[in-house]
Design a protein around this ligand. Structure first.
Ligand code: GTP
Ligand code: MG
Length: 361
């Protein structure tokens, strides 16, 4: 049995309820066979170095774990490995944080060699980011050999060196694969590259399949799961008809989610390079999602931080899932924003987007 505990402070702009639902989804698809038995919002005003939460919260959680016989506790918070250890000792159950869950999903969905290497690289960076806080308590202690360093400082150095070594090995292997990718990209340079990007589950892969009219065996997987697509897939796309038709390239890429730590993007630079180098970025939005606007801003923030230079065109997907009233208003506002409102699932509105492709240089 499991429980979810998003921690939210007053400074956090997101709705706690949205965070809870998102954590429940992440738990469900983590591959850890978690069954959510309770979702609870615990407000942490002053995080503690020991276990993030104070004595009062710890004691009420201890009661809950005992009463429900919980085996795992998932937190919507970044915790150091020291805080994790302390929480696990205090509560007598396993503790996993949000990034830990996301990494579990990444590991589950990484199919290619490059994808798996990038996930391992991200795991190294994650461990390293948690190390810094984990040994702070020992760093303050003096003693042992050396003049300035305490035992914590030596331990953190050992751990860091081990992680550095592993990161270097992974980097070398990723670099080798990247060279192949660069060669392929040089061959493709003459073709206009369109990258499908957007929030996870917005319908990028469904649109990819639709625009390419791929046969069943070659379609991208589009089950309703976060981060199902981890490896970039590129296919030729024919725009226009007759002898004057053009050949473009269409790329399906990894999706984004709120507040992903930057190291995760850094570990996935090889995959995200296609987005960075794209001539046109189709920003696929789930226009029926309750927090669609919030998702848009997160995606734009990430695209900016990646240094994307391509022209961004918005695609308002899932119009079939809207009520008749919001559908009419969405269609009206889409033309004002030069966005393409469509349904990748039913095909409605896709012809307008395909017609636009013929004008791409
Ligand atoms: N109702 C509706 N559902 C859609 C539409 N497009 C996609 N979906 C559904 O949304 C879910 C996610 O679709 P995907 O195409 O896998 O989304 P994605 O953006 O590629 O997701 P990740 O690769 O996991 O980031 C699936 O259950 C799709 O069937 C649409 O136009 N309408
Ligand atoms: Mg996908």
């Amino acid at each position: 049995m499991h429980v979810i505990l998003p921690f939210s402070s007053d400074s956090v702009l997101r709705e706690p309820q949205d965070c809870l639902e998102e954590m429940a989804t992440l738990c469900h698809f983590s591959g850890l066979l978690l069954r959510v038995v309770e979702k609870r919002i615990v407000r942490v005003r002053r995080p503690t170095a020991y276990a993030l939460i104070g004595k009062g919260h710890l004691s009420s959680l201890r009661d809950l774990v005992e009463r429900e016989k919980l085996s795992v506790l998932c937190l919507d918070a970044d915790i150091s490995s020291l805080q994790q250890r302390n929480l696990e000792r205090e509560l007598s159950c396993r503790v996993i944080d949000r990034v830990g869950l996301i990494l579990e999903i990444f590991a589950l969905n990484a199919k290619s060699q490059e994808g798996r290497l990038q996930v391992s690289r991200a795991e190294c960076e994650w461990q390293r980011s948690r190390l810094v806080q984990a040994w702070q308590h020992l760093e303050r202690q003096r003693g042992g050999r050396g003049f300035l360093s305490g035992p914590g400082e030596r331990q953190i150095e050992i751990d860091r060196r081990l992680l550095d070594k592993r990161s270097r090995i992974l980097d070398e292997r990723i670099k080798k694969l990247k060279r192949n990718r660069d060669t392929q990209r040089r061959f493709r340079r003459s073709c206009h590259l369109i990258a499908l990007t957007g929030y996870t589950n917005s319908g990028k892969s469904t649109l990819f399949n639709r625009l390419l009219s791929l046969p069943l065996s070659m379609r991208q997987d589009t089950r309703k799961q976060p981060f199902l697509t981890l490896d970039t897939k590129i296919k030729r796309l024919r725009a226009g008809v007759g002898p004057g038709h053009r050949t473009l390239l269409l790329a399906d890429t990894v999706g984004f989610i709120m507040n992903l730590p930057h190291f995760l993007f850094e570990s996935f630079t090889a995959t995200l390079e296609e987005v960075v180098h794209a001539d046109t970025i189709l920003h696929v939005r789930d226009i029926a999602a309750a927090n669609s606007g919030e998702q848009k801003h997160e995606v734009l923030r990430v695209l900016k931080s990646l240094g994307c230079r391509g022209r961004i065109i918005e695609v308002w997907n899932k119009i079939d899932a809207l009520s008749e009233k919001s559908r009419i208003s969405t269609l009206a506002s889409s033309s004002g924003c030069e966005a393409h409102a469509l349904s990748a699932l039913t095909g409605e509105g896709c012809a307008g987007l395909q017609a636009l492709f013929s004008s791409f240089e």
